[in-house]
Design a binder for this molecule. Structure first.
Ligand code: HSE
Length: 312
């Protein structure tokens, strides 16, 4: 027990990457959640501080994704002492940026670091999934990129179901989050239970083209494929304010594509270069402003690294 404190930062993530519903995700640079772990009294992990959530998140260890993930790590390694956690939210809740996954990953990684890293990064996956499951379902499309970084293809929840894809160069994103609530449960409830064969062929073809474009570092093809969703986006479009107008505006300002980030309401414009992305972001925020909607936004790239740790 040489360290007194471990601080973990877990990046925000964009699930789906457009067409890859529930199977593709990527880590976003420069934004995420931080968890600070310190030795505490009693048994198990307890949250003593939460900042940046507007008072919305529970402190109850059985309900908060951070403590659920942290306690799963403590159980996994058989540690019976107490740990105090502080959660510093760096991204808005329920916005399509993998907020709950980042909180779970930061919790698991921070506690593991405090204990001297008894578990490998890969071995933390079940604990992170357990945390994520408490609010967002037992799936890895946000957790995997937050934990491992880069772009991940997740076809299940076991480690062997997760593939890391190469990170294309030069792609910048403009993320804009209008101040509206889109609950993930609602965004999933509007999806069709069955789809026609023709749609299935189109959708799987576009996913295949997206993965091919990622491997070839072809941004034009990547953007085209990301927008090729004929199943999920049409069903959700009415929940995203001005989606199609925002897409047209983004493209008029130089974006290659615009998709819903995760289950929304954040929209992600795909751009070549940071300057174009900033121009697109400014235009989208001004547009929402004209429509009477407040928004937050940022230009970002794909984060090659997953959660990072500092020890004190
Ligand atoms: N893939 C999920 C969705 C992300 O689009 O519903 C939210 O957890």
């Amino acid at each position: 027990m040489t360290n007194t404190r471990a601080e973990a930062f877990a990046p925000a993530t964009m699930a789906n990457i457009g067409v890859g519903f529930d199977i593709l995700g990527l880590a976003i640079s420069g934004v995420g959640d931080t968890v600070i772990a310190e030795w505490g009294d009693g048994e198990g992990a307890q949250l003593t501080r939460i900042e940046g959530d507007g008072g919305k998140l529970p402190f109850d260890a059985a309900q908060n994704v951070t403590t659920i993930a942290a306690n799963a790590v403590l159980r996994q390694v058989g540690y019976r002492g107490g740990v105090r956690l502080s959660l510093l939210k760096g991204l808005p809740l329920a916005s399509g940026l993998g907020s709950s996954a980042a909180s779970a990953v930061a919790g698991a990684v921070a506690v593991n670091a405090l204990l001297g890293e008894p578990l490998t990064r890969e071995a933390l996956l079940p604990a992170c999934l357990e945390g994520e499951a408490a609010v967002s379902g037992y799936h890895a499309d946000n957790v995997a990129p937050s934990l491992f970084g880069g772009i991940t293809l997740t076809t299940g929840v076991a480690l062997e179901d997760i593939q890391r894809l190469p990170v294309p160069l030069g792609v910048h994103f403009a993320f804009v989050t209008p101040n509206v609530e889109v609950r993930t449960a609602e965004a999933r409830a509007v999806l069709p239970a069955q789809i026609p064969l023709k749609q299935m062929i189109h959708q799987t073809g576009m996913v295949a083209r997206l993965v091919d474009a990622i491997y070839r570092n072809d941004l034009q093809a990547l953007a085209l494929a990301m927008e090729g969703d004929v199943v999920v986006e049409p069903a959700r479009a009415h929940l995203m304010p001005y989606l199609y107008e925002a897409r047209a505006l983004a493209k008029a300002n130089g974006a290659l594509a615009l998709v819903i980030s995760g289950a929304g309401p954040t929209l992600c414009a795909v751009c070549e270069g940071a300057q174009v992305a900033q121009t697109v972001l400014d235009a989208l925020q001004a547009f929402y402003g004209q429509k009477g909607l407040q928004s937050s936004g940022r230009v970002a790239q794909i984060a090659e690294r997953g959660a990072t740790v500092k020890l004190f």
